[in-house]
Design a protein around this ligand. Structure first.
Ligand code: NAG
Ligand code: NAG
Ligand code: NAG
Length: 389
């Protein structure tokens, strides 16, 4: 008992705060992976992803990326990246990366009744306003034209109760100034419910987006990412069900869906970002991969395959970013077996919370190594203490 308690408390002393990185593009479609291995990385544009090493883009003023469910958004007009839940100690803050000046600032936000620990949001392209669904309530947050934080706080505003019920776990995507909600209770597979931003209006009937050949995307939980255009609003978004069985691309102009290859890593905890020509997956182990995409070319897309964003892997090997989060579960020998245990990433949560399933959140690369060695020191100390008594 003494031995177990001692080991657990020693490990608790050295375990890191779990981090949750995010993938996001800038307006020139350089891929950023922020908060991965304790740093921010610029993987460059798509042609540079498969070789070399991503550039370290870490600069001062950045959020610690120790929050849960950290999300990142591109304000394309302003070439600004907004980060939510980037700082566990201040979950309501929005951190702003001004891509042009490569500088961070922190926007304070008044939450009112909005709960920053439980929501899903899109950033509306044209108005630069966030829309978020939290516990059945729709809110907005107007970012104006912010590329650096304003000294006055911005405020979440309660719009109205959604018609979807309080227990709906939102799957949201933006296209054509319409917020699309998938997996709404009672809505059939292949259909989406729509909130029209400009009229602040929930359409009463869902819209159908059939896959050619007669199939549909499933009515299930998943992740989304909207493809950008060179200018103007998004017209298509990807939907990746939690089981990773396929990638669906929904086109709200043609009201159709393409069914494309599912990601190689099936990971309900993965998050996604899209440019004009690629969909990117950041899995819970910190590995980044992409599916090339050609707007308007269904036959090319149907042949497309997922590949590693190798220059990020070269900068931060995925296994080394996983935290030894299950080390406290058992103690002896735990330190070795948990190191890098999350390579498969199956079912792990993107929240990076210390789940007993092991794994998967991305701590600092060097930190993970340190934790690993400290873990061994801890195990060694316990052995030493145990041998004394
Ligand atoms: C993170 O998101 C998941 C899925 O939406 C949710 O269940 C969980 O409560 C969130 N965690 C926190 C701390 O907000
Ligand atoms: C920023 O602050 C200025 C001056 O206080 C104000 O006029 C402006 O509306 C603010 N911008 C946003 C987006 O809140
Ligand atoms: C897509 O559906 C909307 C809503 O039903 C409709 O107004 C629009 O004409 C449809 N577009 C096409 C190309 O069928």
């Amino acid at each position: 008992m003494f031995r177990t308690l001692t080991l657990v408390s020693l490990l608790n002393l050295v375990l890191p705060t779990f981090s949750s990185p995010c993938a996001v593009f800038d307006a020139s479609f350089n891929l950023y992976v922020l908060g991965l291995g304790g740093k921010d990385w610029n993987a460059g544009t798509q042609e540079s992803w498969t070789s070399g090493t991503a550039a370290d883009a870490t600069v001062s003023g950045r959020p610690p990326f120790d929050g849960t469910n950290t999300t990142c958004y591109l304000a394309q007009f302003y070439n600004a990246i907004y980060v939510m839940n980037g700082d566990a100690s201040k979950p309501s803050d929005v951190h702003i990366f001004n891509v042009g000046s490569k500088s961070w600032s922190t926007q304070s936000v008044t939450t009112g009744t909005f709960d920053p620990s439980s929501f899903n949001a899109i950033l509306d392209h044209d108005t630069n306003v966030f829309y978020a669904l939290s516990k059945g309530e729709l809110f907005f947050l107007d970012m104006g034209s912010l590329i650096t934080a304003n000294s006055s706080a911005v405020s979440w505003v309660d719009v109205e109760k959604s018609p979807f019920g309080d227990s709906y776990d939102p799957v949201m995507a933006l296209a054509q100034n319409h917020v699309h909600f998938l997996d709404v209770p009672g809505t059939p597979a292949g259909d989406a419910n729509i909130f029209v931003i400009h009229f602040s209006f929930f359409q009463p009937d869902p819209q159908s987006y059939p896959v050619s050949g007669g199939s549909t995307f499933p009515a299930t939980h998943g992740q989304t990412a909207s493809f950008f255009q060179t200018s103007g609003v998004q017209q298509e978004f990807a939907f990746i069900p939690d089981d990773g069985s396929a990638t669906y691309v929904i086109n709200v102009e043609t009201n159709t869906t393409q069914a494309l290859a599912g990601p190689s890593t099936k990971d309900a905890g993965a998050t996604y970002a899209a440019s004009i020509t690629a969909l990117v997956q950041l899995d819970s182990a910190g590995a980044v991969s992409f599916l090339p995409y050609t707007e308007g070319d269904a036959s090319t897309n149907s042949q497309a395959k997922w590949s590693s964003v190798a220059n990020v892997a070269a900068a931060v090997p995925a296994g080394s970013t996983s935290s030894s989060s299950s080390a406290s579960a058992s103690g002896s020998k735990g330190a070795t077996s948990t190191h890098g245990a999350s390579a498969t990433g199956s079912g792990a949560s993107s929240s990076g919370s210390a789940s007993p399933t092991g794994g998967a959140s991305s701590g600092s690369n060097s930190l993970a190594v340190n934790i690993f060695s400290l873990g061994l020191v801890a195990v060694g100390s316990v052995g030493f203490i145990a041998s004394l008594i």
